[in-house]
Design a protein around this ligand. Structure first.
Ligand SMILES: NC(=O)C1=CN([C@@H]2O[C@H](COP(=O)(O)OP(=O)(O)OC[C@H]3O[C@@H](n4cnc5c(N)ncnc54)[C@H](O)[C@@H]3O)[C@@H](O)[C@H]2O)C=CC1
Ligand SMILES: O=C(O)[C@H]1O[C@H](OP(=O)(O)OP(=O)(O)OC[C@H]2O[C@@H](n3ccc(=O)[nH]c3=O)[C@H](O)[C@@H]2O)[C@H](O)[C@@H](O)[C@@H]1O
Length: 445
């Protein structure tokens, strides 16, 4: 089948590469000329395990191509996937500018029946807005073009995106046309071999399903972070509590890891957008507001602990920072907890020596040559002359460090562990001051 995908970011590239891999002819269209040039040279703009190989193999076989030309995109695919960004606008609602630009450009060039598939995360009612934008465009051209609009939200996780796309838990398809539903089912058939994962539903429910999934996951995290902070007041260990509740299959072990707040391009923006959607229809979504507020506060927790440990005297201090990405296996630093921590440390007059296995270039792109930031070649190197170690991303390489060498490098043996990687008792016995999240009595929040 022929597929066009607008937007060559995380979702567009993964969708394009995976659909090409199972035999479709895929054209990815983007407005970013540098990105398309790089892709055409075989350079992949993001770090996503397995993506380079998949893109290279499918470009070579002629099933995957990249273009700047929207008309070529409209001519190419029966399926027109929209996978452009939907960033928060000023009040936190999803900004649909890019989605509607694509819709208008499809209308401008369309000559045959097209299925417009919205994969971007968009508020309920967006399919109607896309349909109106396309219809208005066609009317202006006095064209009789026929089309359907489908909602097909994406649930992949960065760092495991290929696996998630190739073996989805479910494929949600919102459509009001049974024939289009069957065409979507045929497109996804290769990912559906063991059991039918395609769930057909009405469009508005599909749109809401995406926000509901992210909001539920974010709620679990904020709930655990709230309890972690409470555990510090009660001298209990949240890691024991986590194991204790996770054993109940109704709760489960997934997404109940406390930490220094959730980041990334999606949870923060999607929780806000859903809360704003509710507000727009006159509904006060109290829980969503609390999930967001707890997360904002949680991103300050490591700084509070550092500030407290050094009696507020941070000027002239140096903190070694392990991890910059919002989670392991990605170079994405959007809404990463590392950013809030670094900015607070700089504000307080401290310096940061940071290391991340893949996000160093991204950090350089964001902060340039910041005078209070040194990007170090290894995680050990980051420790040199540092007063303390802070960890914000649970990369495997940080899980089992040589604590003896760590003690020798640090000016003071103190660790602020934003991901609860280490055993407090063991570190205590080895003479470290250890601050985890919710690990017994050291409340500063
Ligand atoms: N990143 C993720 O893990 C996931 C993201 N999503 C959703 O998918 C959507 C896309 O997210 P990402 O891939 O992360 O975004 P991204 O920011 O990585 O990529 C978006 C791409 O769209 C391009 N673009 C903008 N306007 C365009 C236009 N008119 N025509 C063609 N291309 C255009 C941009 O140049 C950029 O390359 C968002 O709505 C996001 O919420 C959903 C599931 C997972
Ligand atoms: O809509 C999206 O973009 C995607 O958002 C998330 O995926 P992603 O943001 O890539 O990353 P997650 O693995 O969900 O982690 C998000 C954040 O939550 C934090 N987290 C996660 C799990 C946990 O138990 N505790 C916790 O603090 C992570 O450190 C990270 O900062 C969802 O997991 C995907 O299903 C969804 O498609």
């Amino acid at each position: 089948m022929k597929v066009t995908i607008y937007g060559s970011g995380y979702v567009g590239l993964v969708t394009g590469a995976c659909l090409a891999e199972v035999g479709n002819q895929v054209l990815c269209v983007d407005v970013d000329a540098d990105k398309i040039d790089a892709l055409n040279r075989g350079e992949i703009p993001i770090h996503e395990p397995g993506l380079d190989e998949l893109i290279h193999a499918n470009m070579k076989s002629g099933r995957l191509a990249f273009s700047l030309d929207a008309k070529q995109g409209v001519d190419h695919g029966l399926f027109q996937f929209i996978a452009v960004g939907t960033p928060p606008d000023e009040d936190g609602s999803a900004d649909l500018r890019h989605v509607l630009t694509v819709a208008r450009s499809i209308a401008e060039h369309m000559t045959d029946y097209r299925i417009i598939v919205n994969k971007s995360t968009v508020p309920v009612g967006t399919a109607d807005a896309v349909r109106d934008a396309v219809q208005n465009g066609l009317t202006e051209r006095a064209s009789q073009g026929d089309f359907d609009v489908v909602s097909n939200p994406e649930f992949l996780k960065e760092g495991a995106a290929i696996e998630d796309f190739m073996k989805p838990d479910r494929v949600v398809v919102g459509t009001d046309n049974p024939r289009t539903g069957e065409l979507m089912r045929a497109l996804y058939a290769p990912f559906n071999r063991n059991h039918d994962r395609v769930m057909l539903m009405d469009i508005r429910s599909a749109e809401l399903t995406k926000y509901a999934a992210n909001a539920m996951l974010a709620t679990k995290i904020s709930f655990m972070n709230e309890l972690a902070n409470l555990a510090e007041h009660l001298d209990a260990d949240i890691e024991e509590v986590r194991r204790g509740i996770g054993a109940d299959p109704r709760i489960g072990y997934h997404f109940i890891y406390p930490g220094c707040g959730y980041g990334g391009s999606c949870f923060p923006k999607d929780v806000k957008a859903l809360e704003r959607t509710a507000r727009q229809v006159g509904f006060n979504a109290e829980l969503l507001g609390a999930v967001e507020a707890v997360n904002e506060r949680q991103k300050d927790v490591l700084f509070s602990k550092i500030h407290h440990h050094f009696d507020g005297q941070l000027s002239g201090r140096t903190v070694a920072l392990w991890g910059l990405a919002f989670k392991p296996n990605t170079d994405d630093m959007r809404e990463a907890s590392s950013r809030k921590l670094m900015e607070a440390l700089w504000q307080a007059g401290a310096k940061v020596r940071a290391y991340d296995p893949v996000a160093m270039d991204e950090c350089r792109r964001i902060y340039g040559d910041h005078p209070a930031l040194e990007l170090c070649e290894t995680h050990e190197h980051a420790l040199q002359d540092a007063d303390a170690l802070a960890i914000v991303t649970e990369w495997n390489v940080f899980r089992s460090p040589d604590f003896e060498s760590l003690r020798q490098h640090l000016k003071q043996p103190v660790i602020f562990d934003g991901r609860n990687l280490y055993d407090p008792e063991m570190l205590d016995k080895s003479g470290f001051s250890y601050y985890g999240i919710g690990r017994g009595k050291n409340a500063t929040s």
